[in-house]
Write a protein that binds this ligand. Structure first.
Ligand code: EPZ
Length: 419
C-alpha cells in the first residue's frame, strides 16, 4: 500500500506553479464529445480522475492521447452511448458525461454515481434538467437510461446552483433546437472555463459567472485548443500549507481573483497575502490567530473544497474558529483523523469548532476523501515527528504530485510503499 510519510516542522519557502483545474478539465473533456473533431487541452493536470475520464472517452470511441501537460481528444467518431459501471465508479463526477453523451448520441446509459465520501451525491437536478429539454429518463436499479428523439431549448431553473447540473444542462443545450436559458446557474470559474471552450468550438453560450446562462443550439464540428484555468482549490491548499508552517511562498500560474475567499481567510489569520497578475504570495511568519466563522457557500462564497485545508491552518491558530459546512452532508470526516494528531475539534452536524493547540504530534492517519486527505498532509507538516498517511489514492484524484510540490517548497515528505 502506498503512503505519504511526513516528518513535520519544516517551514515552507520558495515558489511553485499551480496545476490546471481538475474541476474544469473534467467537464471540458466531456464537452469534447460535442466537437466532432480534435480538441487539444493544455495545462491538463496529471490526476487519476483525468485518467478515468480518458478511459470513458476511449470506451465511447474517441481517440485520446496524452502528450506532456496536454491531452488530445479526437471525437470525430463516437461509437457508443453507454458508460459501464466499472468506469462510472472510478470517478465520482462521471455523471458529467450524461449531458454530452445524450446531446451527441440522442441517448445515454450509465449507472447512478454511488454516494461518495462526502455523503449522498444525488443527481435529481441533472435528470430534471434533461427532462425539461426533452429527454425520457428511466431508472432501473442503479442504472439511468436517457433517450431524446429531439432536444428542444427551454428555460431550465435549478432548485440549487449545482455545478454539475449546470454543466450537464449547458452540454445538453448546445444540441437543442432553439435557445435554452438556465436560471439559478452555478457561478464557479469552472463554468466560465467550460463556456469559453464551447465558444471556441463555435457554440453560442453566454452568461457564465452569472445566475443566468443562455445557450443557442447549433450544429458544430471542428478542431480547437484550450488551456484550462488554474486550480483555485489546489492553490488554496498550498497557501494553507504555508500558513500551517509559518512559511513564505509564492504561487505562480494562478488567477488571484478566484482565490479571494481563501486568501481573505488567511489574511484574517494574520498572514500577509499579496498578489500579482498571475501570482500570489503568502508570508505566514507572524502569529496565527482564529478567524471569523468560515461558512461554505456556492461561488463566490467560501468554497467547500477549501474547508479542510483552511481548517488545517487553524489547528494551531490562537483561539477558536467556527466552520459551517453548507454544501455537503458529511465533509468533516478528516476531523477525527486530525484529532489523532492532537487537534482540538468539536463537531455537531454542519458545525465544527476548531481551537488552536500548542503542539501536534505525528501519528498514523487515514485519508477519507480528496480534500480531507490533503488537509491531513498539511496537519502533518506541523506535527512533531513522523506522520504516516494512508488512503492517498483519494489525494491522487485531485492533486498533481502533491508530495513533490510540497517537497520542492522544503517539506520533508516522501511517498513510500508499506506491506
Ligand atoms: C462539483 O461537484 C465539484 N466537482 C466538487 O469538487 C465541489 O465540491 C462541488 O462542485 C461544489 O462546488 C467537480 O466539479 C468535478 P454540486 P458537484 O452539484 O457538481 C447537491 C472536489 O473536491 N445536489 O454543486 O457534484 C449535492 O448533494 C469536488 O474537487 C443535489 O442535491 O457539486 C451537494 O450537496 C468535491 N442534487 C450540493 O448539491 C443534484 O442533482 C452541491 O453539489 C446535484 C447536487
Amino acid at each position: 500500500m502506498e503512503i505519504f510519510r511526513v516528518n513535520g516542522g519544516n517551514r515552507l519557502e520558495g515558489s511553485a506553479r499551480v496545476q490546471g483545474a481538475k474541476n474544469s478539465v473534467l467537464p471540458i473533456m466531456a464537452a469534447s464529445l460535442l466537437a466532432r473533431g480534435t480538441t487539444v487541452i493544455h495545462n491538463c493536470p496529471r490526476l487519476s480522475d483525468v485518467d478515468a475520464a480518458i478511459k470513458i472517452l476511449t470506451h465511447l470511441g474517441c481517440g485520446v492521447a496524452r502528450e506532456g501537460g496536454s491531452v488530445i481528444i479526437n471525437s470525430s467518431s463516437v461509437t457508443r452511448h453507454d458508460i459501464p459501471h466499472e468506469l462510472m465508479r472510478e470517478m465520482r463526477s462521471s455523471v458529467i458525461f450524461l449531458g454530452a453523451v445524450l446531446a451527441r448520441c440522442g441517448e445515454a446509459v450509465m449507472s447512478m454515481p454511488g454516494g461518495c465520501e462526502l455523503g449522498p451525491r444525488p443527481v435529481d437536478l441533472h435528470l430534471d434538467a434533461m427532462r425539461v429539454l426533452g429527454a425520457e429518463i428511466t431508472q432501473d436499479g442503479g442504472s439511468i437510461s436517457c433517450r431524446a428523439a429531439r432536444l428542444k431549448g427551454r428555460r431550465v431553473n435549478l432548485d440549487f446552483p449545482s455545478v454539475g447540473a449546470t454543466e450537464n444542462t449547458m452540454l445538453c443545450a448546445v444540441c437543442c433546437d432553439g435557445a435554452t436559458v438556465i436560471t439559478n446557474a452555478a457561478r464557479e470559474p469552472e463554468i466560465w472555463d467550460l463556456q469559453s471552450y464551447l465558444a471556441r468550438l463555435g457554440y453560442q453560450v453566454h452568461g457564465a459567472g452569472t445566475p443566468a446562462i443562455t445557450v443557442r443550439g447549433a450544429d458544430v464540428s471542428g478542431d480547437t485548443e484550450h488551456s484550462v484555468i488554474p486550480d483555485r482549490i489546489a492553490a488554496a491548499t498550498y497557501l494553507a500549507a504555508a500558513a500551517c508552517t509559518g512559511g513564505d511562498i509564492e504561487l505562480t500560474g494562478v488567477t488571484p481573483g478566484h482565490l479571494a475567499a481563501a486568501t481573505d481567510a488567511l489574511s484574517g489569520m494574520g498572514c500577509r497575502v499579496s498578489g500579482g497578475h498571475d501570482s500570489v504570495r503568502i508570508d505566514a511568519s507572524g502569529l496565527r490567530r482564529a478567524i471569523r466563522p468560515i461558512v461554505t457557500r456556492p461561488y463566490p462564497g467560501f468554497p467547500t473544497d477549501a474547508q479542510p485545508p483552511i481548517m488545517a491552518a487553524c489547528l494551531q491558530a490562537e483561539g477558536t474558529t467556527v466552520f459551517v459546512e453548507n454544501i455537503f452532508e458529511n465533509r468533516y470526516r478528516h476531523t477525527d483523523e486530525m484529532k489523532r494528531l492532537g487537534a482540538d475539534i468539536r463537531t455537531e452536524g454542519r458545525v465544527a469548532m476548531v481551537t488552536g493547540v500548542k503542539r501536534l504530534r505525528g501519528a498514523p492517519v487515514v485519508s477519507t476523501d480528496l480534500r480531507g486527505g490533503a488537509s491531513l498532509v498539511l496537519a502533518a507538516l506541523m506535527a512533531e515527528g513522523v506522520t504516516e498517511i494512508s488512503g492517498i489514492r483519494h489525494i491522487d484524484r485531485g492533486y498533481d504530485d502533491l508530495a513533490g510540490a510540497l517537497r520542492s517548497l522544503g517539506a520533508d515528505i516522501s511517498r513510500t510503499v508499506t506491506a
